[in-house]
Design a protein around this ligand. Structure first.
Ligand code: MC0
Length: 152
């Protein structure tokens, strides 16, 4: 019997860990920590004005569906953004988990039917043209959870 997780659950369709999002105050300093301490390199950097973040994706490993797993470093670009609020309350640290799916709208609908609040009625734009939806942390054991459909 295989130990692998079901690649497409009956309702969630989640197949992998896409990234762990980490809130930081200084993106460049954080990138340097992960590079000099672990040898992780930045694959992609961008500013997402809608989410109020400057971010860097550090590729950790490939996954068996052809995707990859990343660390996502997040620096807020404005004081009223979710990451700025998180930093003010908690300081730097793990901000969210993101699971990969081939169909983010279907995954969000299936998970929503289980009583979890889906924070985005329509998928928004995430890193590198991905489509993303967030789930409320209070319905996910205290963990802000994101669903990601990558652009390719
Ligand atoms: C807030 N809470 C969290 C949390 N943020 N719990 C765990 N992890 C987090 N990251 C908790 C607070 O401690 C509080 O608990 C309660 O949720 C309400 O928080 P609030 O900040 O006072 O209130 P809201 O409702 O204004 O905001 C919370 C909410 C929001 C999660 C709905 O931050 C949101 O919509 N987040 C999704 C978007 C996001 O985070 N974007 C940034 C990453 P108590 O017990 O005090 O009530 S963008 C990103 O990552 C993109 C670029 C990508 O991956 O591609």
């Amino acid at each position: 019997m295989s130990n692998a997780p079901s690649p497409t659950g009956p309702f969630s369709g989640l197949t992998r860990l896409d990234h762990v999002g980490i809130a930081c105050r200084d993106l460049d300093a954080s990138i340097e920590f992960y590079r000099s301490t672990y040898g992780f390199e930045v694959e992609h950097e961008e500013v997402n004005e809608e989410q109020g973040v400057r971010e860097a994706m550090l590729r950790i490993n490939g996954t068996d569906d052809g995707g990859a797993t990343y660390l996502q470093l997040l620096e807020p670009t404005r004081e009223d953004s979710p990451v700025a609020k998180f930093l003010a309350r908690n300081g730097e640290g793990v901000h969210h988990l993101a699971f990969g799916t081939g169909d983010v709208a279907a995954s969000a609908a299936g998970i929503g039917e289980r009583g979890v609040r889906v924070l985005d009625s329509e998928p928004r734009t995430g890193t590198a043209g991905s489509r993303i939806v967030f789930l409320h942390p209070k319905d996910c054991g205290g963990v802000l959870t994101e669903l990601v459909q990558s652009a390719h």
